[in-house]
Design a binder for this molecule. Structure first.
Ligand SMILES: C[S@@+](CC[C@H](N)C(=O)[O-])C[C@H]1O[C@@H](n2cnc3c(N)ncnc32)[C@H](O)[C@@H]1O
Length: 230
């Protein structure tokens, strides 16, 4: 954290917890993180979004937003998000972590877990409200740009994509910077509609990348990206 960092969203604060100044949200403990009884430390080493905030990226988060979270795993990060956001849809395709995610939901009535594949948004389009304010994506899989483009349909015109790109998930052998360049280029591309159900000539707009930052201090070979739909 530096003095120049943007203000954290409402519901996210720096607090003295266990003798340290820690980014924190208010909610029930989930992954053994230290608390002061009310606020829980948000560990940036365990969370790409936490690392993006600690790195001073301008996420545009204000608190209270509707969020679509892709790659929720057992809920480490999405539990913090649900502590300060509005309705939060958490997509995860692996059954085991999703089971753990269910226990996170008990004390978070605005968190909705979905055992779904983020590459198939049509399978949860009937549940997720249109025009979410924010998509957070941390899927650590090949085709990370594709996942962001496929889910762009849910994002409000003025919304934000907060994406963590893991270079090794795209290609373990390539230089991470080259991988990031390719993923960003794909994100920014606009392509004629090719999706099933999309009308001929309908545009699937890409994203405009607003900011990027390497998150290596917390997550090796990861790039944090803030983008908005074109
Ligand atoms: C790095 S972990 C996510 C960690 C989590 N975001 C956190 O900070 O608490 C990546 C997760 O994405 C999930 N994932 C990968 N591909 C996916 C897909 N196509 N649809 C849904 N989840 C996917 C994996 O099962 C894994 O749990």
């Amino acid at each position: 954290m530096t003095d120049d960092n943007p203000e954290p969203p409402a519901g996210v604060e720096y607090r003295d917890i266990a003798g340290e100044r820690r980014l924190a949200t208010r909610g029930e403990s989930v992954y053994g993180e230290p608390t002061d009884g009310e606020w829980r430390a948000w560990n940036p080493d365990r969370s790409k979004l936490g690392a993006m905030l600690e790195s001073g990226m301008d996420t545009g988060l204000e608190g209270g937003e509707t969020v679509l979270y892709l790659g929720a795993a057992s809920g480490t990060t999405v539990s913090h998000v649900a502590d300060f956001a509005g309705p939060t849809y958490a997509v995860e395709f692996a059954p085991r972590p999703t089971r753990d995610l269910l226990s996170v939901v008990d004390s978070r009535p605005r968190l909705f877990p979905l055992l779904k594949d983020a590459r198939k948004p049509e399978t949860y389009a009937h549940v997720v409200e249109a025009d979410v304010d924010v998509i957070v994506q941390d899927v650590a899989t090949r085709g990370q740009a594709r996942v962001a483009l496929e889910n762009r349909r849910f994002l409000a015109a003025g919304g934000r994509l907060l994406l963590a790109i893991k270079a090794r998930s795209e290609d373990v052998t390539r230089d991470p910077d080259a991988v990031f360049e390719d993923v960003l280029a794909e994100l920014e591309v606009e392509r004629e509609g090719e999706r099933e159900g999309e009308r001929e000539g309908e545009r699937e707009g890409g994203y405009e990348v607003l900011e990027t930052a390497r998150l290596d201090e917390y997550h090796v070979d990861h790039l944090g990206v803030v983008a908005r739909p074109r």
